[in-house]
Design a protein around this ligand. Sequence first.
Ligand code: TXA
Ligand code: MG
Length: 322
Amino acid sequence: MAPIGSDILYVQRLLEAGSIVAIPTETVYGLAGNAYDETSVLKIFRTKRRPSFDPLIVHASGLQQIQGFVKPLPSKALKLARRFWPGPLTLVLEKKSTIPDIVTAGLPSVGVRVPQHVLTLQLLRRLDFPLAAPSANPFGYISPTTPQHVQDQLGIHIPYILDGGACAVGVESTIVGFDAEQPILYRLGGVSLEAIERTVGPVKVVHQANNHPQAPGMLTSHYAPKNPLILGKLPELLAAYATQQVGVLAFQQYRLGVVHNRQVVLSRTGNLEEAAQKLFAALRTLDTLPVEIILAELVPSIGIGRAINDRLKKAATCRVRC
Ligand code: TXA
Ligand code: MG
């Protein structure tokens, strides 16, 4: 098992020696390595069992460091960076050759962000390289939002987990790229579509393809629990699956007629930020219950609710391991 602690100096030495380490961010925990070092990046792909066509996000301490490894930003990208960094926004930008092709799966662009987490920002400022870091889960499973989630699945493969507590946002970053000056949203996440549009005007939303991604990384196979998850209206689902052992993922209310400890409620007060923060831990909890099926309902599709619904739909679509 990996030690869990807050020794930044030790983590710095591990990363400088080419090791990979789990780090906290405000969205989810990342599995980090030196983004300039192919061997470190290869370790990330191997440890996650991630296909080499799925590009990684590079984390940096600020806009200044990022400008060292990407070409000049489109003006709307600069606006978004100034408005939302540090924060849960990834910008897809043209890379310089300092970023090895393995990081971007051969794409000429790289996803970059400045995470909003005090420990990880301190770490990034101490390093003289940025950190490539995908979510610290085995490929295809739910992203980790606590050190223990990382420990449960990757603990035996990594030398250290930097403990930053439970992630404050709880869903991954919003990903925005550009076609000239046209912003394109590739993944809903911690920064709402509404907030992006308030900053740079209308955004084109690209729906992610399932089997034949138009671009590497556009896969829908993430976030899947092992127990089958069915989405719909809970009263109807509960009637339809009345003869089965069910777990319930509800937005605001516990359901009568289902054992209380087989249910998780995301926010009693209907707060979407709270629901996002609890979502992945809830899915993991439901996955450990002795149930045949998980029944879940969508949340209101506004603000971060869109990202919650996106993850629920992805969790529900993946019936076969993919
Ligand atoms: O919140 C987050 O973004 C977390 C934390 C650790 O920062 N990271 C994360 O990484 O979610 P990951 O590897 O699980 O998801 C990265 C996704 C890829 O699957 C792909 O969809 C997209 O980012 N991506 C990365 N680089 C890209 C590029 N050059 N073009 C298009 N999409 C890209
Ligand atoms: Mg991921």
